[in-house]
Design a protein around this ligand. Structure first.
Ligand code: PEP
Length: 249
């Protein structure tokens, strides 16, 4: 049985006051609405603030990115040990915005995955195709390539220690959600591909859907058999909306 997970990716949004407000709202409502694992991923500078606010609660902390390096002369970077030290349990790696806007290639994402895992944290590996790739019927090939890069570096047992988020790029921040069946098809493909390496790992692997998930569409997406929760962008900045999504998981 896979426990659903809902992770909020705040992206580059929020002040300290807004962070306290969002987290306060989540903490007030969460006990009543969710048996899912709930994670918030604020920007780096808000991690300490949020870590303090959620201490002792059911909400867990995640980061949106990390360095491929452990420590040292890497100006502007944040090491995974720092994320562990501030209380993170999860780290998103390979978000499509990192891939598209900051040139993160599959091998860099794989290095980050391993960096996070070896630090004892849980990587949330984002995969997903661009619109042109979907229209060219290349969705499975793209997702397979992104997965295989991690498998090649880390191996199947290591992959099994992470979480996968399928996020079609054309659905992120666009208001255009994949249909439940479109999501299910790709999730089933991902699980099937992992199963060719190790069926036990595949059966346990949590595969989240991300891309314009809202309170109004979460339930139908999460009802699909291979959708184990969601990675939520815009809607995670509103506590009430985020709680509605958590309740659907
Ligand atoms: C995301 O950034 O991972 C995401 C899914 O964003 P949104 O929910 O806003 O589409």
């Amino acid at each position: 049985m896979r426990r659903p997970l809902v992770a909020g990716n705040w992206k580059m949004n929020g002040s300290r006051a807004e962070a306290r407000e969002i987290v306060g709202g989540i903490l007030t409502g969460l006990g009543r609405v969710s048996n899912a694992e709930v994670v918030v991923c604020p920007p780096f500078v808000l991690l300490a603030e949020v870590s303090t606010a959620i201490a002792g609660s059911l909400v867990e902390l995640g980061a949106q990115n990390c360095s491929t390096e452990r420590a040292g002369a890497f100006t502007g970077e944040v090491a995974v040990d720092m994320l562990a030290d501030v209380g993170c349990r999860y780290v998103i790696v390979g978000h499509s915005e990192r891939r598209a806007l900051y040139g993160e290639a599959d091998d860099t994402v794989a290095q980050k995955f391993e960096m996070v895992r070896k630090a004892g944290l849980v990587p949330i590996l984002c995969v997903g195709e661009q619109l042109a790739e979907r229209e060219a019927s290349a969705t499975e090939a793209v997702v397979a390539r992104q997965l295989d890069a991690v498998l090649a570096l880390a191996g199947i047992d290591a992959l099994g220690q992470g979480v996968i988020a399928y996020e079609p790029v054309w659905a992120i921040g666009t208001g255009r959600t994949a249909s439940p069946q479109q999501a299910q098809d790709v999730h089933a493909f991902i699980r099937g591909r992992i199963a060719t390496h190790n069926p036990t790992v595949a059966a346990k692997m949590r595969i989240l859907y991300g891309g314009s998930v809202k309170g109004s569409n979460a339930a139908e997406l999460f009802a699909m058999p291979d959708v184990d929760g969601g990675l939520i962008g815009g809607a995670s900045l509103n506590a009430r909306e985020f709680l509605t999504i958590c309740a659907a998981a």
